[in-house]
Ligand binder design. Structure first.
Ligand code: IPM
Ligand code: MG
Length: 368
């Protein structure tokens, strides 16, 4: 059996614990089979942590996250914490994990499964075989830029944030995008608002320089973010890899998610820089939120979290074959017309969160 790997599971709020429960089911199965040797530790994040500790993530949990071989996160947030001060809001826990683990490269693949073509709001011919990789910068930009806040200027109240990027911050995420493209369709589309933003002009300059220096063999295009949103719903197949900043990446990845039929299908990986021991800090989470409106009803779709687990197998543990099996199991389950509520359509069989997890394990079992 391989060396044990430590996974920190932070299920979080809302449907987080339910969808994470289905990843636990898969890990239990593959540990029992001897395919993996994952040691899972669970802890609190988000509102669930705030309720116990008064903060959205504790220093002790941060230390565990740094020490773990990989972190899996469910979802954070909910109306229950609407009145909590921003620094302790559930989202602050997620942002602290991203920032302090320096997880600057957020990979958000938007892949359309054939069986789900009809669940998309777009015409089948537009999305058949769609496979886009959004590389979102995750530790800088307006999410973290200083100064930010509210103040009175000449008797008028203002609220403000700062959009700011350094050359190394753009360079390192663009490298990830170019390297990714080389393993896929060899095309990168860099997205900003160079027509109105200084930071957008700068972003384009840095990406162009890097491209000329190290990646001239990859096809590079530039696009304004508003046009990109439009092109994603007009002709999404034109994209291979999209690289963009933190805020545009947040918005465009929600948009890309809906191409695939449901936010409930989109996984993500957030990666940092390899350390001296060869470990790359990593956190895996579904793109969807905590969906408090359906919490505890067994309606949540666990597939985005299960596909995030597959990304963990691939990127953190180099278990490509096992990751392929998980992806294939998901595809097979969908091929058997099994659906959760969010992707339900006529003639399909609706399953609960738990039954969907069981169906995936049953398929894994068949795949051996
Ligand atoms: C995401 C989410 C987060 C973000 C929220 C929950 C802070 O929307 O991961 O896309 O804005 O980054
Ligand atoms: Mg988002």
């Amino acid at each position: 059996m391989s060396d044990p790997k430590n996974i920190l599971m932070l299920a979080g709020d809302g449907i987080g614990p339910e969808v994470m429960g289905e990843v636990k089911r898969i890990i239990d199965w593959s540990n029992a089979k001897g395919d993996t040797n994952f040691v899972v530790e669970e802890d609190l994040v988000g509102g669930a942590c705030y309720d116990v500790h008064g903060v959205a993530v504790t220093d002790a949990t941060m230390a565990k996250a740094h020490a773990a071989d990989a972190v899996m996160l469910g979802a954070v947030g909910g109306p229950k914490w609407d009145d909590v001060a921003r620094e302790n809001r559930p989202e602050a826990g997620l942002l602290r994990l991203r920032k302090e683990m320096d997880l600057f490269a957020n990979l958000r693949p938007a892949v359309v499964f054939d069986a789900l073509i009809d669940a998309s709001s777009l015409k089948p011919e537009l999305i058949k075989g769609l496979d886009i990789m959004i590389v979102r910068e995750l530790t800088a930009g307006v999410y973290f830029g200083q100064p930010r806040g509210e103040e009175i200027r000449d008797g008028v109240a203002y609220g403000f944030d700062t959009q700011i990027y350094s050359e190394p911050e753009i360079d390192r995420v663009a490298r990830v995008a170019f390297d990714m493209a080389k393993k896929r369709g060899n095309r990168v589309c860099s997205v900003e608002k160079a027509n109105v933003m200084e930071s957008g002009v700068f972003w384009r300059k840095v990406v162009t320089k890097l491209h000329a220096a190290d990646y001239a063999d990859v096809e590079l295009s530039h696009m304004y973010a508003d046009n990109c949103a439009m092109q994603l719903v007009r002709a999404p197949a034109q994209f291979d890899v999209i690289v963009t900043d933190n805020l545009f990446g947040d918005i465009l990845s929600d948009c890309a998610a809906m191409l695939t039929g449901s936010l409930g299908m989109l996984p993500s990986a957030s990666l940092g820089t390899k350390d001296a021991n060869g470990k790359t800090p990593a956190m895996y989470e579904p793109v969807h939120g905590s969906a408090p409106d359906i919490q505890g009803e067994g309606k949540a779709n666990p597939l985005a979290t299960i596909l995030s687990y597959s990304m963990m197998l691939r990127y953190s543990f180099n278990l490509g074959q096992q990751a392929d099996n998980v992806d294939q199991a998901v595809q097979n389950v969908l091929g058997q017309n099994l659906r959760t509520a969010d992707i339900m359509s006529k003639g399909m069989t609706q399953l609960s969160t738990q039954d969907m997890g069981k169906a995936v394990v049953a398929e894994l079992e068949k795949l051996g």
